[in-house]
Design a protein around this ligand. Structure first.
Ligand code: 8ID
Ligand code: ZN
Length: 348
């Protein structure tokens, strides 16, 4: 009889997840089987469970792409990790390794990539498979619960900030101070940038200030959020939009100074108007940014291991996943939720 585990499963898009007993998966040649100890909950998991995006995941599937745990078995071709190593999963579960993107350091754009918790089962489970050639390797000595949010939120904002082409001493706007945004503030400060924050809740702006933001603007209560940001910074050199609301995007573009760059990272399933005249005459750059490569991940994890960033998180059992999603939708989470897999009642 195969071994069993508990997993939170999307049975139908838009329906609550079901925590149920599943078989522990068997590793293929390049896979590692990981006993998951902690997993962060990303807003992408909520988009996945709702089927928000044009390319939809196929139920039943297990969400989760911020899982951290220990390797308990490996396939016969695995060389990069070994039983006992601490590894995680990531949104970029694997890529083809052969296309023009993989060949030029842009594996995150590989058209044949697999995505954890979307096209392959993720970390909302007591065990998961990872491709040993792509999985993040957790640095020695770091706390497994605290590192989980780095595996998506951390690497995504670290790469997204690099994509703003800003330099130390310049202003960067972080729009949306949720799971991604509050970590973005910390990477930006660590990179020597000056940080302005915008969100729709004063508690989120207070969190941004605790992590080093110098300016905080409430887009809900301010009569002129862009004017306030411009007055405080002279116009930001770069902006990173993590907000899950299309209104935040033109505001971030509006806050840029001439020559500025905005990295779009948040994924509300909508469009936004881009003023052509201003974009052209002010020489603005508007670009998308999707997670990070394995190298970006190594660098993002290194910032964490050196104590430069420390996600704010609350630990919860996986059985509360539907409550957690409801709180996320309501914007009621401070930083990140990290689910503890050990507290799930033993599989039977
Ligand atoms: O690689 C990527 N591009 C990537 C990676 C990971 C996540 C993209 N994402 C996407 C997610 O799919 C999601 O759409 O980034 C978005 C943010 O993910 P998150 O940080 O995990 O979500 P959250 O914790 O719910 O935070 C969202 C924040 O946005 C604020 C909320 O108050 C919250 O703090 N916000 C909203 I909703 N409307 C806003 C507005 N109009 C706003 N902030 C400013 N202005
Ligand atoms: Zn994510």
């Amino acid at each position: 009889m195969s071994e069993k585990m508990q997993a939170a499963v999307v049975k139908e898009l838009g329906s609550p997840l079901v925590v149920e007993t599943r078989d522990v998966p068997t590793p293929g040649p390049f896979d590692a089987l990981v006993r998951v100890e902690y997993t962060g909950v990303c807003h992408t998991d909520l988009h996945a469970a709702h089927g928000d995006w044009p390319v939809k995941p196929a139920p039943p599937f297990v969400p989760g792409h911020e899982g951290a745990g220990t390797v308990v078995a490996v396939g016969d071709q695995v060389t990069r990790v070994a039983v006992g190593d601490r590894v995680g999963n990531a949104w970029l579960a694997s890529a083809c390794g052969e296309c023009e993107y993989c060949e030029t350091g842009w594996e995150t754009l590989c058209p044949r990539q697999q995505n954890s918790g979307y096209s392959v089962d993720g970390s909302f489970a007591q065990y998961m498979l990872v491709d040993s050639r792509y999985c993040p390797v957790i640095p020695d000595g770091v706390d497994l619960a605290a590192v989980a949010p780095i595996l998506c939120a951390g690497v995504t904002v670290y790469k997204g900030l690099k994509m703003t082409d800003t330099r130390p001493g310049q202003w960067v706007l972080i729009s949306g101070i949720g799971g991604l945004g509050h970590i973005a503030v910390q990477y930006a400060v660590a990179m020597g940038l000056r940080v302005a924050a915008i969100d729709v809740a004063d508690e989120k702006l207070a969190l941004a200030r605790r992590h080093g933001a110098e300016v905080g603007v409430n887009a809900r209560t301010s009569s002129d959020p862009v004017g306030e940001l411009t007055a405080a910074t002279g116009g930001v050199h770069g902006a990173l939009v993590t907000a899950v609301n299309a209104h935040a995007f033109p505001q971030a573009v509006g806050a840029l100074r001439r020559g500025g760059t905005v990295s779009l990272v948040g994924l509300p399933p909508e469009a936004f108007p881009l003023d052509i005249f201003t974009t052209v005459l002010f020489g603005l750059t508007v670009r998308g940014s999707i997670v990070g490569t394995r190298k970006d991940m190594e660098e993002a994890l290194d910032f964490f291991a050196r104590g430069k960033v420390a996600p704010t998180f609350t630990m919860r059992p996986m059985t509360q996943i539907n409550d957690i999603f409801a709180e996320m939708e309501a914007g009621a989470i401070d930083g990140r939720i990290v689910m503890e897999l050990a507290t799930v009642p033993a599989a039977g």
